[in-house]
Write a protein that binds this ligand. Sequence first.
Ligand code: SF4
Ligand code: MG
Length: 330
Amino acid sequence: AGLKMYFPITAGIFRRHVGDVKAVDNVSFDIYEGETLGLVGESGCGKSTCGRVILRLYDPTAGSIRIDGVEIGKSTQSDLRKMRPTMQMVFQDPQASLNPRMTVAAIIGEPLDEHSKLTKGEKLDRIYELMDAVGLNRNFANRYPHEFSGGQRQRIGIARALALNPKFIVCDEPIAALDVSIQAQVVNLLEQLQDQFGLTYLFISHDLSMVRHIADRVAVMYLGRIAELAPREALYDKPMHPYTQALLSAVPEPDPNIETERRRIILTGDVPSPANPPKGCNFCTRCPKVMGICRQIEPEFREVEPNRHVACHLYNDTNETAGQTATSEV
Ligand code: SF4
Ligand code: MG
């Protein structure tokens, strides 16, 4: 079974448990060392929650999270504290995630206070080193976040995330709050740091053009589940899941010389509530290719071609397989 993160909904004066918001519902994928896995989807699809539960900022409802083979899904807070240095997060809004009353040096140095035993001088050296790495002027070490531009603030956030030499970083919409003119600079910086420090990224974004630029593989999330996971080129050249097809049909082709045969697919209807997802395939209420079976049986997320995973009945091997699933589930 995959990873689940449900948030309970309670009602009434006795706070009776009446249901769950299934923010992350049976999600299962690997992230390979040194790669960038893009996690894309519309806002509210559960991608941020997914990133946070992988870092154990939330306790998962069910399922397993392994980092380097070590199961951390049920680790205690004190075990997690020891793991913390290896896995970090870069947040969407550098403004909100930086303490306005702390200097840049104090912000970047904070993880060092908690997790390392550096002398004052060593700590300052490390802070300068990190400022160099992210392209911040050392002379600004004693300034406050509000004295910086949005892009520079995100560099401060990245320096803080790097302080303890992490291996794995969840970048949650790291450029969404930035001016378009700055976005590419920050993405280029993240790529350069990845090469320099051998980092592995989970890059969460709603921006398919940006993900195309940075990701090695891409996972498409819809309503708490992964619809499709594929190497970048394969996904953008030949999207298989109807939801991916619809998302990509709205993205302009980067090379205007390429004639695309892709027509814009307009999805109708709202995204259903994660508290009450449709039966069967969770995309069935909006899918242009919906079939009878889709409203009855949840499609299995499986490898339909080498390295390509899709959760859709269109790619069932035979109807017999579908029939068997039907009998076992009904
Ligand atoms: Fe569409 Fe059915 Fe595939 Fe779901 S399983 S994406 S409803 S065709
Ligand atoms: Mg989000």
